[in-house]
Write a protein that binds this ligand. Structure first.
Ligand code: NAI
Ligand code: A1CAB
Length: 271
C-alpha cells in the first residue's frame, strides 16, 4: 500500500486523511505533520493509528508527500523539504494558486510535482478533485494521484492553465452552496418557521436537487423549469432573484475567486 504523508493537517488535510481512512486505507500507511502539537494530538485521538511525524521522517517513509498548508505558509515548508526530496519522491500540492513551477524552482532537480484542487466534500467521499502534472510528473505519477483521490470522490485531469478557474468553481464551490443554504434557512425564519424545521426543509431540498443533478441527464435549466409552474409560486421567486442580479453576482464572484487564485500564485514569482 502507498504510504501517504500530509504536511499541514488543517481542514483539507484532515478531510483527505479522514476520506482515505473511510475509503479503506490502513491508518498505519497515513502520516501527517502539523506545526501545532495540540492539533496533532486532536487528530491522533480522533483517528487512532494515524502517526504524527517530522518532515524528515515523512520524506524518508512516504511514497507521496501531500502539501496542505496555506499558500502563504509555503516558503518555510519548501525550505525544509528542499534538501530531503529527490526524483523518487512524489509531491502533491493542494495549495490554491501555487503553480508546479514554484515547487520545481525550489526543490531538487527532477522532483515530480502534481497540482491538485480538491474540495472539502472529501470528508464524505464526495470530493471533486482536478489534477495537473508538473514538468517532471509522468503518467504513472498522475495515475498514483488519481487512484488515491478516487477513494474520496471524483477526479478529472485538467491542463494546469485551468487550475485557477477550477479553484474558483469547485475548490471554493461548496462554500457558495453553504452560503445559499444559510440564506434560505434565514428566509424560513423570516417566514416564521422554527430554525430546525427550516434547516431540515432546505438541507433535504439541497440533497434531493444535488442527486437529481448528478443522476439525470437533464440540463439544470430544465430541472428548474419543471419546478416553475405557470402563474405559480416559483416564478415569483425567480423574478426576485433576477431583479437582484443573482446570476451576475455569481459570475462576478467566481471571477473574483479566480483572480485571487492567480494572485496567490504571483505572490511567489520573485522567489
Ligand atoms: N479548505 C478548503 O476548502 C480547501 C483548501 N485548499 C488548500 O488547502 C490548503 C490548506 O487549507 P486549509 O486546510 O483550509 O487551511 P488550514 O489553515 O485549516 O490548514 C493548514 C494547516 O497547516 C498547518 N501548517 C502550516 N504550516 C505548517 C508547517 N510548516 N508544518 C506543519 N504544519 C503546518 C497549520 O497549522 C494548519 O493546521 C491551502 O493551501 C488551500 O488553498 C484546497 C482546496 C479546498
Ligand atoms: O478559500 C481558499 O483559498 C481555499 C481554496 C479553495 C477553497 N478554499
Amino acid at each position: 500500500m502507498t504510504v501517504i504523508a500530509v504536511l499541514g493537517a488543517g481542514k483539507i488535510g484532515e478531510a483527505l486523511l479522514s476520506g482515505l481512512l473511510h475509503g479503506g486505507h490502513a491508518p498505519g500507511d497515513l502520516l501527517f505533520m502539523e506545526r501545532y502539537p495540540a492539533r496533532a494530538e486532536e487528530l491522533t485521538q480522533r483517528y487512532p493509528g494515524l502517526r504524527s511525524v517530522t518532515v524528515a521522517d515523512a520524506a524518508k517513509q512516504a511514497d507521496v508527500l501531500v502539501v496542505a498548508v496555506k499558500p502563504q505558509d509555503i516558503d518555510p515548508v519548501l525550505d525544509v523539504l528542499a534538501p530531503l526530496l529527490g526524483p523518487s519522491s512524489l509531491v502533491v500540492s493542494l495549495c490554491a494558486g501555487l503553480p508546479t513551477s514554484l515547487y520545481e524552482r525550489r526543490l531538487a532537480e527532477g522532483v515530480p510535482v502534481v497540482r491538485v484542487m480538491p474540495n472539502t466534500p472529501m470528508l464524505v467521499g464526495e470530493a471533486m478533485s482536478a489534477i495537473s502534472a508538473g514538468r517532471h510528473a509522468t503518467a504513472e505519477h498522475l495515475a498514483v494521484v488519481k487512484e488515491l483521490l478516487a477513494h474520496v470522490g471524483q477526479v478529472v485531469e485538467v491542463p494546469e492553465g485551468q487550475q485557477d478557474a477550477v479553484t474558483a468553481l469547485s475548490g471554493s464551490g461548496p462554500a457558495y452552496f453553504f452560503f445559499l443554504v444559510e440564506a434560505m434557512i434565514d428566509a424560513g425564519i423570516l417566514l416564521g418557521l422554527p430554525r430546525a424545521l427550516a434547516g431540515q426543509l432546505i438541507i433535504q431540498s439541497a440533497v434531493g436537487a444535488a442527486k437529481m443533478l448528478a443522476e439525470s441527464d437533464e440540463h439544470p435549466a430544465l430541472l428548474r423549469e419543471a419546478v416553475t409552474s405557470p402563474a405559480g409560486t416559483t416564478i415569483n421567486a425567480i423574478r426576485e432573484l433576477e431583479k437582484h442580479g443573482v446570476r451576475a453576482a455569481l459570475l462576478d464572484a467566481i471571477e473574483a475567486a479566480r483572480d485571487r487564485s492567480q494572485e496567490l500564485g504571483r505572490a511567489h514569482d520573485e522567489h
